[in-house]
Design a protein around this ligand. Structure first.
Ligand code: HEM
Length: 459
């Protein structure tokens, strides 16, 4: 049985700074973290412990590596923090004032307006659409062929996002949206990792391409919104956009086209990319763990027989849920989070001034041997005996926590379950021998070279 947390060793109100590496003059830890951010963070945490101070390009960062401190920031003292400047810089150009990065009263109102669209009954309604798209996606898959499963899962979740958001299929444009978003994420992240920042307005090839891709996505989203407004919106549609357009605050106000744009872009990006990575890692993990794959298949056969999965089956598939939990533990698509203090705060016995950036990593916490036996091993069984309830808050947080917890958690889990159940019953996927699988921590944790797998049809 997995061990449960001990309280962190605190000496409250300590003066001075948390311990940490000095790094190089000026650059600090920038090079170590740029070379391999995950290994770099792990090394820092191992050497310096639960709360570590370091610098990146002369900017102070505090890494929290204990569930209690993470829970303090996300839940207990959440009102003292905002999303970090870093998060805003990476996403603001694409997502404007969308839910992911807005703050204060504006965020609260947008969250209230968007929440009903993610109600459990709504998510259950979307399950049928998810099933349709997953079944259609694999219609031309054939036993014996090999496919890049990373790309396949991105195309599939993009299809689901487009249909559940806009009730449309946009086959040609959807592909381009996928490429555009991938480029924009790499572009934004690369900009942040450069030691000096070239202004976005300079006509460099990558700035020009970023403007083109953004312009393409923006005009597509605005076109759909204005077509919808012209057609009298919601009565004719049963999708997320209709719910957002129809949502009305207590004072009778609704979202403006700009707000609708920002929220749909946010749901689009936050929704499809994370779930795609979760699914890609699922196939990889199952291919490396034949006993887990066999047990999953047995459960699907026993519970579903030959019929397709529907929303009500979700609760009847505990092993499938355990597999998803274990994938989110070992390969969390959101692998790091950041917050900036907006007022003085005390965390881990240290006092911090407003403006300090606190970082905490799902990838680090989820692989911490203090909370997980055999932490590096893929063992879905660990979730079957109530581990979730025994873990301290802050030890497993693939969807974040507190008021800013992922609004799409239920949607993502239903989507992943439907896709896994649909594909696993038709095919057994095996990693192509020699294909290198390496995590690439971009905005999400992706397989750097994709995941090339051979399909074997099941009888
Ligand atoms: C496996 C899939 C997913 C993962 C791992 C994931 C992870 C997260 C995490 C960690 C946060 C919190 C970020 C923070 O507090 O800084 C978040 C927020 C958010 N997610 Fe997800 N997410 C997933 C799927 C989705 C889906 C499917 C949607 C929508 C359709 C979605 C929409 C959002 C939005 C709008 C927020 C911001 C919520 C707010 O601040 O009020 N996510 N997600």
């Amino acid at each position: 049985m997995e061990r449960v947390a001990t309280h962190a060793n605190v000496s409250a109100g300590r003066n001075g700074h948390p311990p940490g590496p000095r790094g190089l003059p000026l650059a600090g830890m920038a090079f170590v973290l740029r070379r391999d951010p995950l290994a770099g963070m792990r090394q820092i945490a191992r050497e310096y412990g639960d709360i570590v101070r370091f610098h990146v390009m002369m900017q102070e960062r505090i890494l929290l590596n204990h569930p209690d401190w993470i829970n303090q920031v996300l839940v207990i003292q959440h009102s003292k923090f905002h999303k970090s400047e870093l998060t805003r810089r990476i996403t603001a150009r694409m997502l404007g004032q969308g839910l992911l990065i807005s703050e204060g009263e504006f965020w609260r109102r947008q969250r209230r307006l968007a929440q009903p669209a993610f109600h459990r009954n709504r998510v259950n309604d979307y399950a049928a659409t998810m099933l349709d798209i997953a079944s259609a996606h694999i219609r031309d898959w054939r036993g014996g062929e090999s496919r890049n499963i990373g790309q396949e899962m991105t195309a599939l979740t993009l299809g689901i996002a487009v249909r559940t958001l806009f009730s449309t299929t946009l086959p040609e444009e959807a592909r381009r949206v996928g490429h555009a978003m991938t480029f924009l994420m790499r572009y934004s992240l690369r900009r942040q990792r450069l030691p000096f920042r070239i202004p976005e307005t300079w006509p460099t090839p990558s700035n020009r391409r970023a403007n083109r891709e953004l312009g393409f996505i923006d005009s597509l989203v605005y076109r759909i919104i204005s077509e919808r407004q012209a057609a009298g919106n919601s009565r004719h549609y049963n999708d997320l956009l209709a719910l957002l357009m129809g949502a009305m605050d207590e004072d009778g106000t609704q979202m403006t086209p700009q707000q609708l744009h920002d929220e749909t872009m946010t749901l689009f990006l936050a929704g499809h990319e994370t779930t795609a990575q979760m699914l890609a890692w699922t196939w990889y993990a199952l291919s490396q763990n034949p006993a887990a794959e066999a047990r999953l298949h047995e459960e699907l056969r026993d519970i579903l027989g030959t019929r397709p999965m529907d929303a009500a089956d979700f609760a009847r598939l505990p092993y499938l849920q355990a597999v998803m939990n274990e994938v989110l533990r070992l390969y969390p698509p959101a692998y790091i989070m950041a917050r900036e203090a907006i007022e003085p705060c005390e965390i881990g016995g240290y006092e911090f001034r407003p403006g300090v950036t606190l970082l905490f990593s799902q990838w680090l916490m989820h692989r911490d041997a203090r909370y997980y036996d055999d932490a590096e091993a893929f063992r879905p069984e660990r979730w079957l005996d109530g581990l979730e309830k025994r873990l301290p808050p802050g030890a497993h947080f693939p969807f974040g926590d507190g008021p800013r917890r992922c609004i799409g958690q239920g949607f993502a889990l239903m989507e992943a379950a439907v896709v896994i159940a649909t594909l696993a019953r038709r095919f057994h996927l095996k990693l192509v021998p020699g294909h290198p699988v390496v995590g690439e921590p971009l905005v999400t944790l992706r397989p750097r070279h994709g995941i090339r797998m051979t399909l074997y049809a099941r009888n």
